[in-house]
Ligand binder design. Structure first.
Ligand SMILES: [Cu+2]
Length: 148
């Protein structure tokens, strides 16, 4: 709790900067079509994020395989899932495939998310809501597909 108030005080003073933490790049990349399942996801933000006050998740997207290359359609499905997953209340979607954060720092621009081993073929959604060190919250998501 003490850490929270220290953070709040710091953030109140830091209210001048307006860069926000936006995603710069990721691995896998947005809309990547992968032959092998990745072991982790790396997200790079424009500024450092407070890991303990941020949320990251990766979900399997239940979609028929003939849709795996339909980027716009996948985007719509992913958006619906991300809204559900990031909403404050309600039932969280099933199918989480992330296995915790590999990044142990309190703040970081690059965040590594471990994945469960041997993800099967399919579409996956990476989503986040991050508190950046300048006190702003941003959120987003993207899709990648594993198609051996
Ligand atoms: Cu900002």
């Amino acid at each position: 709790m003490r850490a929270f108030w220290m953070l709040a005080a710091t953030l109140a003073l830091a209210g001048v900067a307006h860069a926000h933490a936006y995603l710069v790049s990721s691995s896998p990349a947005e809309n990547a079509l992968l032959r092998r399942p990745p072991g982790e996801v790396r997200l790079s933000f424009t500024e450092a994020v407070e890991l303990r006050f941020s949320h990251f998740a990766v979900y399997a997207l239940e979609v028929p395989n003939e849709r795996w290359r339909d980027v716009r359609w996948l985007q719509e499905q992913a958006k619906a899932l991300a809204e559900k997953a990031l909403s404050a209340g309600g039932v969280k979607p099933a199918g989480r495939v992330d296995a915790g954060l590999k990044t142990q720092a309190r703040t970081a621009e690059n965040v590594l998310i471990a994945l469960k081993p041997d993800l099967g073929p399919g579409a996956y959604v990476v989503l986040w809501r991050v508190l950046s060190v300048d006190s702003h919250t941003t959120q987003g998501f993207f899709v990648f597909v594993v198609e051996p």
